[in-house]
Design a protein around this ligand. Structure first.
Ligand code: ADP
Length: 420
């Protein structure tokens, strides 16, 4: 039997314990022994064990001082006294002032967008600001435009969800009834036209929801974005800013982006530069791919609370599989009157083939391909675990038992190997 390592840390006020769980199948248990601590804005309960698994990169922060115990093997563990938490708390306080004003004047609360290159803590700051808002009794809307990781749903999608309670330490924000749109790729650059189309759509629906929910409206919106900030990536960001009519842009750790946005945004948009935390860990492309895979696995099998997905066969003839984006052709080869951009948002039938194996399919609420599929949100996802060309059958992994809903299935470039 391997020995369980026990480490105890005494944290001074305004400091944080950072640790990573790296080795495969490793588990680290965290417990606050005394004092008060929080994890990315969620309060930790004293004496309650919290589990972290392979790939976790964590910071336990304390405003007042505490003692923390770690059980299990950590790759790194150290206490840092230098953190940007006071700066982040000030941002929260400024947003809170705007919410109070919105409440008094019956206007909309602040719409904030977090931008910056990859691995600077955008998702973490988004989570922190949402947690602080909800702990003040607010009900903010969380929007995630990061198709690379997919914090609300799975990678290859964008989405929004109303935040009604702080993120669970182990499972993140509650996944109840999020609003999700299909993109189908890991990076916006794979189909800019489609990306901008669904961002515009999501913004419209979020605005509509705010109009019908006063509390959400005064609480505002916090938008997480992709780490692609140069060239076309910059245009994607400014398009999102416009679509959501943002009031505040928080720029993490990139002066050039800050200067560009200050120059290009209308004057009423506050562009604020923020330092990144020294604790944010850069991830290799393998780690990103593993994180994507883990998100999809979580969708089907759950994280802390286990889910039990169903596996069943479906005849090719019973499936309506489509993909968005016809193959790119020069304008001269397209049907008369169609532009190349239009082809990128066309919904085209995908014939079942062996290449469907391990692909994720998004289950649309749209019943037919001409039912405005791009503007319709998703009911969920299934994954193709096997293709039998001879019997003309696909084997499907699905959170719901058979039959599959009789709606459009949208092919995603994302793959998931089900070896659970
Ligand atoms: P981005 O969204 O900019 O790509 P993330 O917010 O996902 O960056 O952060 C990258 C990684 O760093 C995540 O695994 C996150 O848990 C970790 N992380 C963030 N802040 C800290 C911190 N202060 N200490 C330790 N790890 C951190």
């Amino acid at each position: 039997m391997t020995e369980v390592q026990l480490q105890e840390f005494k944290l001074d006020p305004d400091s944080e314990l950072r640790f990573e769980v790296e080795s495969k199948n490793e588990k680290v248990v965290l417990e606050v022994k005394s004092g008060y601590a929080e994890l990315f804005g969620t309060e930790l309960v004293k004496g309650k064990p919290y589990e972290f698994h392979t790939g976790a990169k964590v910071a336990v922060f304390t405003w007042h001082g505490c003692t923390v115990e770690l059980r299990g093997r950590t790759e790194v563990s150290y206490v840092a006294k230098e953190t940007p938490m006071v700066v982040y708390l000030n941002v929260h306080a400024a947003l809170e002032q705007q919410r109070v004003a919105a409440e008094q004047e019956g206007t909309r609360g602040p719409v904030t967008m977090v931008v910056g290159p990859g691995d600077v803590g955008k998702s973490t700051l988004t989570r922190l600001l949402l947690n602080y808002a909800v702990r003040m009794g607010r009900r903010p809307i969380f929007v995630d435009l990061d198709v690379g990781q997919g914090h609300i749903s799975i990678p290859g999608t964008i989405g929004a969800t109303l935040v009604e309670r702080p993120a669970s330490i182990e499972e993140g924000f509650s996944q109840q009834a999020p609003l999700v749109y299909h993109f189908g790729h890991k990076a916006p650059g794979e189909n800019l036209e489609l990306y901008n189309t669904i961002v515009t759509r999501l913004a419209e629906v979020v605005t509509e929801r705010c109009e019908n929910n006063k509390k959400a409206s005064t609480s505002g919106v916090i938008i997480n974005t992709c780490g692609w900030i140069k060239g076309a990536g910059y245009k994607v960001l400014t398009h999102a800013a416009q679509a959501f009519e943002v009031d505040v842009i928080l720029v993490l750790d990139n002066e050039r982006l800050f200067i560009e946005l200050k120059r290009d945004m209308p004057k009423f948009v506050k562009v604020v530069y923020l330092p990144k935390s020294g604790g944010v860990v850069e991830r290799s492309s393998t780690q990103r791919a593993e994180a994507r895979d883990a998100r999809i696995r979580e969708y089907f099998y759950g994280k802390r609370t286990p889910y039990y997905p169903h596996s069943f066969d479906v005849k090719f003839s019973d499936l309506k599989i489509y993909k968005v984006g016809a193959p790119s052709l020069p304008d001269s080869c397209l049907p008369l009157g169609m532009r190349a951009q239009e082809a990128l948002t066309r919904v085209v039938a995908a014939l079942p083939s062996l290449s469907l194996a391990h692909r994720v399919l998004a289950v649309s609420f749209a019943a037919a391909p001409d039912d405005d599929v791009l503007h319709t949100n998703l009911a969920g996802f299934v994954c193709v675990t096997a293709v039998d060309m001879e019997r003309q059958i696909l084997t499907i992994l699905s959170p719901q038992p058979r039959p599959l809903p009789n709606t459009v299935l949208l092919l995603s470039e994302l793959q998931y190997m089900d070896n659970h």
